[in-house]
Design a protein around this ligand. Sequence first.
Ligand SMILES: *Cc1c(COP(=O)(O)O)cnc(C)c1O
Length: 501
Amino acid sequence: MILDEIPALVDPSLKEQLLDGESVKELQKYSLLVNQVIEDFFKQSKFYKGDNIDEINNHRILAKIDGENTLPFEKALDYVNDLYVKNTIAFHNPNYVAHLNCPVALPAIAAEALTNTINTAIETWDQSTAATFIEQEVIRWICNEFSFPSTSDGVFTSGGTQSNFMGLLMARDNYAFEHYGINIKKNGWSEEVSKFRIFCTDKSHFSIKKNAALLGMGYNAVIPVKTDSEMKMDVNELVLAIEKEKQKGNIPIAVVATLGTTDFGSFDPLETISKIAKEHKMWLHADGAYGGCFVLTDTHKHYFEHIPSVDSITIDFHKTLFQPVCCSAVLIKDKQHFKYVSHYADYLNPIEDKDPERPNLIEKSIQTTKRFDALKVWLTVKTLGNKTIAQYLEKVHFLAKEVYKIIANDDRFEAAHKPELSTMVFRYKAIGVTEDRIHDTINMYIKSSLFKGGKASVASTKVDGKIFLKFTLLNPKNTIENLSNILDMIKQKGEQYKRSN
Ligand SMILES: *Cc1c(COP(=O)(O)O)cnc(C)c1O
């Protein structure tokens, strides 16, 4: 269709719906309404109002949108409140102990409001100017905390999954280039790459396998290494696994050491792993999505002593730096390796325009349009400082150890491990029940009935094929009294199940 007339715009829509100097006063009206919704949400006492299947089905219907039937903003916001806010999960609530969701720091939210409203996209200098230095500086700050050398650099990503992807991509492309002169970025696949193998434990995050698949190497390129009784990589098993793959004609290219496994918070032994990786000329990636921020603490600093020997690190600020999602970074010891992802587009960052004084962060990223997530970290660190953050983390670690003590002294519970970070994996053991299958059913019942009743959100996972419950503690305002109360509710639900079955 050719337009031969100016499209008829509803006049007030242009004046009031698009944010600019003319409409910015309207923003206050929106902010006041939204703030009221936020206040009500944060004042509710339950982590979740609870659910039943009729209500869920009704929500599915209420969520429908057709682009025809519009509402004034106030009415639409009421709708959002009823449909979303009143039914959503409050991660800051002390009875939410399920996943790696933290309460967020106020300065981070203020930063988020700023960057979201101004809408900075941080991929090229001509879109982000000084914001570029803020991201660079946050990267420098965290690299320094890790004692990474001055050759290091990093970039913000959408999350640990993407950070791990970048680490593995560089591992693959660097190995192919250094050992076979293969340029994957340019020429794509080659036969040798089919033999590349990555080693991590069966407690590593699933994104390692998923990324191996996305990188064209497939799940089978990831070799699971056995863990010891503390859920850490067994280094003798690593050596055996490497030898075994070599004998098969495969090519070990990388090891992933997890610094804080998602379930157990366990740290793989970096010192020995780094020696083995070096000996076999393998890339060493540290997945610190969960544990990385503990480098700021006194309690866990020593775990990071050998970090300078790794090639890349994943760190999730949205897990353990009290940041709203998304907020993550990948750090690379030798910034030269960013060449495996860099691209010069004529319309965006032409090579002719390259100017060291005015960098384009896109050269380090697999994203194009990219959120300015760094400001919230910058403002948090600038106002709270490392020490306060460290105290928050030390507190949640302390809480996990206290929960362990309660569990270890109660024969109705079985602990799967001793907490190294801030998770506690355990199961409820009904008296007189010997079959694991029945324990599994009871523990699943406990988890789902506590959730559906809006009482508490506890996670579950499997240990040697058996179902266990998991507390993930990321709220420094939680108390041992409250956690002990959740344990009591677990026991009540367990007994209730046994009585009625
Ligand atoms: C959470 C987690 C990831 C994935 O991070 P996302 O930010 O959820 O993408 C990777 N590794 C570990 C160890 C994690 O705990």
